[in-house]
Design a protein around this ligand. Structure first.
Ligand code: ZN
Length: 197
């Protein structure tokens, strides 16, 4: 149990499945956005997103690794684009059928708490790992919330995906930046409309 002392979690809660699922889903959304923003994502930038989300370094990704991850990101985007829980479940079921293996547990040789994996092996290619770990997290979030695990930003000038975590009013924008920009644009349109009448 030495790894517990090494990782020293501040509380039991940090080891909970919920925490891991949310952290994984946040990583999924960040990677989908980074990987689909351009046709050839920069491997260094993608490695940076992975490190930001707790992947132990140093990391070296090849162009092939990133191409595999991008293919997974394009498919995962369909789950965010579904807009409704039934559509998101259908999209996830398709990915689970085509792209993931049977459920297994891994502790990465004692370096982490036991957690579920849907990829074939701890040394699976990055693209396979990304698709499988994302499907796992999004599936559990959909199950837990009975709603789509995320959505697409409503701003016409933004393509980002976001997660729907927590309870609260339905989210429409990926960020405060997009929400503010669209509010200002709507205000301008309203003013222009009232000026011309
Ligand atoms: Zn946005």
């Amino acid at each position: 149990m030495r790894y517990i002392a090494l990782v020293s979690p501040p509380s039991n809660d940090d080891w909970s499945t919920r925490h891991s699922v949310r952290a994984t889903a946040r990583r999924t959304a960040a990677l989908v956005n980074a990987l689909t923003a351009r046709s050839r994502p920069d491997p260094g930038a993608i490695a940076g997103v992975l490190l930001d989300h707790g992947e132990p370094g140093p990391l070296e990704l090849t162009a092939d690794d990133v191409a595999g991850m991008r293919a997974a990101a394009v498919r995962l985007r369909e789950v965010f684009a579904a807009g409704h829980v039934d559509g998101a479940a259908r999209a996830l079921n398709e990915l689970l059928r085509e792209g993931t293996g049977p459920l297994r547990l891994s502790s990465h040789d004692g370096r982490s708490p036991w957690h579920p994996h849907l990829d074939s092996d701890d040394e699976a290619p990055w693209g396979e790992w990304f698709l499988a770990s994302s499907c796992m997290a999004l599936t559990v979030l959909l199950w837990d919330g009975q709603r789509p695990p995320g959505g697409l930003c409503s701003s016409p000038s933004c393509d980002s995906v976001f997660l729907t975590l927590g309870s609260g009013p339905e989210r429409r924008y990926c960020s405060r930046r997009c929400a503010t920009r669209e509010r200002v644009a709507a205000h301008r349109r309203a003013r222009a409309g009232s000026g011309s009448s």
